[in-house]
Design a protein around this ligand. Structure first.
Ligand SMILES: O=C(O)CCC(=O)C(=O)O
Ligand SMILES: [Fe+2]
Length: 344
């Protein structure tokens, strides 16, 4: 799991251009013009970054296209080759995205004690302050620079175990409403993409039924201390679910590594429009906001290799596992390894 990451990107800011999306699993032969970075940025692992001019051209999938077969085919190719793709004509209104980014900014601009009142609970929902998570355990820094707020399935959406923590209506009126609207819109888009993914795997369009959705708002600091020189906004990781729709404010920083087992690793910048694969966000000295929308299977769903994806010569690489067990294992591990669980 964690291999199929799609990411709707770069919706706000700049020219409100067409929107984008992306997937994971890498096997690329791009190799010219690389700059060696002898110790990697923050891990001591050797790595390279693609040089300026060696632009990463991620595929663009048009969700308005009536040729579903051809869209499914390009999604399959994108997932196999790089794990990320852009999505255009995805149906989420620009105005709604602008509101989500504005409300996100309002939340993160509050004093720390207000944010800490919503500290992440045992369902992994709520606020995560800077330095709490270290997605790449080998990072030599004390933790990643970003702060986050995570919103899970909501009671009003018919979900029984709503464990969300919301900012107060008095402080941030319209906040909850905006996030609910965005969740609904992003879920509709996510389901359309998942039906294309299912088609690309020779399954019925409804194969990925009723995914669980988690909305994560992220804020990356602009200026950083000298002691954080080389530290990451979010260190290297792959996502845990079926698909991630990622909207950014256009500030760069996102990088992907298409072949995680290659040494040295090659990290490529994902650009604003022309951009689960291993990925990370580097600090570029500019404040940055993003909104990630994760789609996960039902916790009881057993995730296993599809018949259309394996054969005698190419057996499944991983044993079957219940989705809920897998997610809990991954989510707990990012805090346990630093002993930073803040359960309430
Ligand atoms: O902020 C970004 O661009 C990436 C965030 C991310 O990778 C994540 O939330 O899993
Ligand atoms: Fe991610």
């Amino acid at each position: 799991m964690g291999e199929t990451r799609a990411s709707v990107r770069s919706w706000r800011t700049r020219a409100p251009v067409d929107r984008e999306l992306a997937f994971s699993e890498a096997d690329s032969s791009r190799s010219n013009k690389q700059q060696p970075l002898p110790g990697g940025r923050g891990t001591g692992k050797p790595e390279m970054v693609a040089a300026a001019g060696d632009r990463l051209d991620l595929p663009v999938v048009d969700l308005a296209s009536s040729d579903l077969r051809s869209s499914a085919e390009s999604i399959r190719k994108a997932c196999v080759e790089c794990g990320f793709f852009y999505v255009v004509n995805h149906g989420i209104e620009e105005g709604l995205l602008e509101k989500v980014f504005a409300e996100s900014r309002r939340f993160f601009e509050q004093p720390l004690e207000e944010k800490m009142a919503l500290l992440r609970n045992s369902s992994h929902l709520g606020y995560t302050p800077p330095y709490t998570e270290k997605l790449d355990a080998s990072s030599k820094f004390r933790g990643d620079l970003s702060e986050k707020l995570k919103i899970g399935p909501i009671g009003d959406e018919g979900f029984q175990n709503d464990a969300n923590q919301w900012p107060s209506e008095e402080r941030l009126p319209c906040w909850k409403e905006t996030m609910k609207l965005y969740r609904a819109a992003a879920l509709a888009t996510g389901k359309r993409i998942l039906s294309l993914v299912a088609l690309s795997l020779n399954q019925d369009a409804e194969f990925f039924d009723c995914p669980l959705a988690f909305l994560q708002l992220l804020h990356y600091p602009g200026e950083i201390n000298e002691s954080d020189d080389g530290n990451y906004g979010v260190s290297a990781h792959s996502d845990y679910g079926i698909l991630t729709l990622l909207a950014t404010d256009g500030i760069p920083g996102l990088q992907i590594c298409r072949e995680k087992d290659r040494h040295p690793q090659l990290w490529e910048d994902v650009h604003h429009i022309d951009g689960s694969t291993l990925h990370r966000v580097v600090a570029v000295g500019k404040e940055r906001y993003s909104v990630a929308f994760f789609l996960d299977p039902d916790p009881d769903f057993v995730v296993q290799c599809l018949e259309s994806c394996c054969s005698g010569a190419c057996p499944p690489r991983f044993p079957p596992i219940k989705s809920g067990d897998y997610l809990e294992e991954r989510l707990s591990s990012i805090y346990k390894r630093k002993n930073l669980l803040h359960d309430t």
